[in-house]
Design a protein around this ligand. Structure first.
Ligand code: SF4
Length: 277
């Protein structure tokens, strides 16, 4: 069987707006990795961490433009209706029964999710197809996984018209190296990118959100309550945004400082390499 030829023009990097993605953008600008197209699959302006969207607008875009690198934002556009959807809009839509996000059961285990596939993998995959990628001529998609997250590599679902690459792993870079690369380029280190309501978020990140973005935290509490009102109507068990098996308001009490010894059960579970990079 012949090996498919990777279409060089279709080399792209899945840009998540976080530390690893931004380091990759800097490395590309410096000619240290061979990527000239960065695709940012936006889960929605009402869904992505607002600080990430601000960072992308204020720093990533101007930096990419100044170095002749394409940084394109892709929305989830429904094929039939042409309607643009956001993840938050979809899960809160009137009458929606959709649990697209990895909500946690009362034992703390996350449920299955389709958010990453629908809002990241399919969106980028469709764009690469539109640009000419086929199973015989797959596009390269760089994913920003660093050495300390190597367990997240290889678990990423691959589309037939894509060839997945891990350029930061190839360079042996850790997350701290990524932050240094960004700082050395004269840029601030970006915040962690993820949906502000992501159930994979660590407890310390929820505490931080409650402290510094109380309105967003309140919105997350209301989202959890909405999901559980719907679950009540269906006669189903409650689900939660944290692993503690109780409502977010109680799980993350007001006025509690971050616990430095919290176990990291969060980001690693967003295992596709398409979220939080
Ligand atoms: S950050 Fe979380 S909620 Fe958002 S797309 Fe990724 S897994 Fe889903």
């Amino acid at each position: 069987m012949s090996t498919p030829t990777v279409v060089r023009d279709l080399r792209s990097f899945s840009f998540g707006g976080g530390v690893q993605s931004m380091a990759a953008l800097v490395l590309a600008a410096q000619g240290r990795i061979d990527y000239h197209t960065f695709l940012f699959a936006n889960v929605g302006d009402d869904s992505e961490n607002p600080a990430t969207l601000t960072y992308v607008q204020r720093y990533a875009r101007p930096y990419a433009a100044a170095h002749g690198i394409e940084l394109t934002t892709l929305d989830r556009v429904m094929v039939r209706s042409g309607e643009t959807r956001t993840l938050y809009g979809e899960i809160t839509r009137e009458g929606s029964k959709s649990l697209k996000i990895p909500v946690r059961m009362s034992n703390g285990a996350p449920g299955t999710r389709s958010c990453t596939a629908d809002y990241k993998i399919l969106v980028i995959g469709r764009e690469l197809k539109r640009r000419g990628a086929t199973p015989d001529h797959p596009a390269t998609v760089g994913i920003g996984i660093s050495l300390d997250e190597i367990h997240r590599a290889n678990r990423r679902r691959s589309e037939p018209h894509e060839h997945i690459a891990y350029p930061l792993l190839e360079l042996g870079l850790r997350r701290t190296d990524c932050a240094r690369i960004i700082r050395d380029a004269g840029l601030p280190v970006p915040p962690k990118s993820s949906c502000w309501f992501c159930p994979f978020k660590r407890p310390e990140s929820w505490h931080e959100q409650r402290r510094s973005e109380p309105e967003l935290f309140e919105k997350a509490c209301q989202l959890e309550e909405l999901l559980n009102r719907r679950r009540d109507e269906l006669g189903k068990d409650h689900v939660y945004l944290t692993r503690f098996g109780k409502p977010l308001r109680d799980a993350i009490p007001d006025g509690v400082d971050t616990l430095p010894f919290e176990i990291d059960d969060g980001d690693g579970l967003c295992d596709s390499g398409w979220c939080m990079t």
